[in-house]
Design a protein around this ligand. Sequence first.
Ligand code: BG6
Length: 315
Amino acid sequence: MGMEVPISIRIGARRAYIVGMSTIDDLNKRLGIPDVLSFDEGEGDLPFARIRSDRGAADVSLYGANVTHFKPVGVEHPVLWMSPEAVFAEGKAIRGGIPVCWPWFGNHPSGSPEKPAHGVARIRLWDVREARVDDSGRVRLKLAMPGTESDLALTLEIAVGAALELRLTTENTGDAPVAMTAALHTYFSVSEIGNVRIKGFDGVEYWDQLEDNAEKRQDGDIVIDREVDRIYVSTEGECRILDAGWERIIRVAREGSGSAVVWNPWIEKSARLGDFPDDGYPGMLCIEAANAGPDVVTLQPGMRHVLGTTISVMP
Ligand code: BG6
C-alpha cells in the first residue's frame, strides 16, 4: 500500500509539517511544558523535541522518531552514541541514537534493492500526538508515523525518567494478516570497546550475519574483538553492558522482543560504512530489541504488537 510521505515546507523562517500542518510554534503552544519539554529546529533544520527534567535529558528527532540523546541526571557520559558524521536530512537514516527499523529489519524480504534497508520508519517525519508528565514524574511523548505502510499503523511512546522507555506499537488496520520484522536499533556509547563485556546471552543461539546466518551458540559473555553482526534468537531476558572504563553498567530490558541484534562494524566495515568515522567503532556498540531473523511477527487484522525496551544505567 502507498502512503503519503510527509514533507516539510518553509513558511517565512518557520517550517510547517505538511502532515499535521504543525509548525514549531504550534508544537510548543499545544504540547510544550515549561522548563521540561520544548520543540525546536535542530540539526539539518529538522524538528526536535528537547526533554530536560529533574531525572534525565533526552532529545528526539521527529524525523525518524529517533531518540538521538539520553542521559539520566547524575550520569556522566551520554548513554547513546551519535556519529560525529551523522547526516540529518530527509531521505537519509540518522547514524546513531535509536533508529526505528520497521516494518522490516535489514533488507526487504523480497530482496528488492528499491526498498530501503531497515524499512521506512527511520526516514519518515513523524507527528507528535501527546506530551505529558506522568504520575511518576516521567516525561512522556507519543509519536505517530503518518498514514500506514502495508496496512500497518505505527506509534512510538517514549518515556524519559531515570530510565528511557520505548514502546513501538504496530496495528494491522487492514483485513489480511501481515508479517513484519522490526528493531529499536540502539547505538550505545562506551568508553572503549575493549573495556566492555555483555552479559545475558550465555548459552543463547544466534544467527551469524557475517557467515550467511550460520547458527551458533554463545559461550559466556560477549566480548567484541572483531566485527560482530549477530541475531540472538529465542531470547527475552535482560542484558547488561559492563563498561569497566566508565565504571557503569547499562541494563537493557526488552518487551515483545524474541530476538536481539548485537552489532559492531569493527575496522573494515567502519571504513565502508556511510556517515561513520573510520575510528568510530571503539566508542560504540549496538544492542537492538528486535523481532528479527526467525522471529517474524504475523499480525492478524485488528491486532497489535508492542516492541519495547527499557534502558537504565547503574554505577
Ligand atoms: C545492523 C545490522 O542492525 O544494522 C547490520 O545487523 C547493519 O548488518 C547495521 O550493517 C547498520 O545498518 P544501516 O542500514 O544503518 O547501515
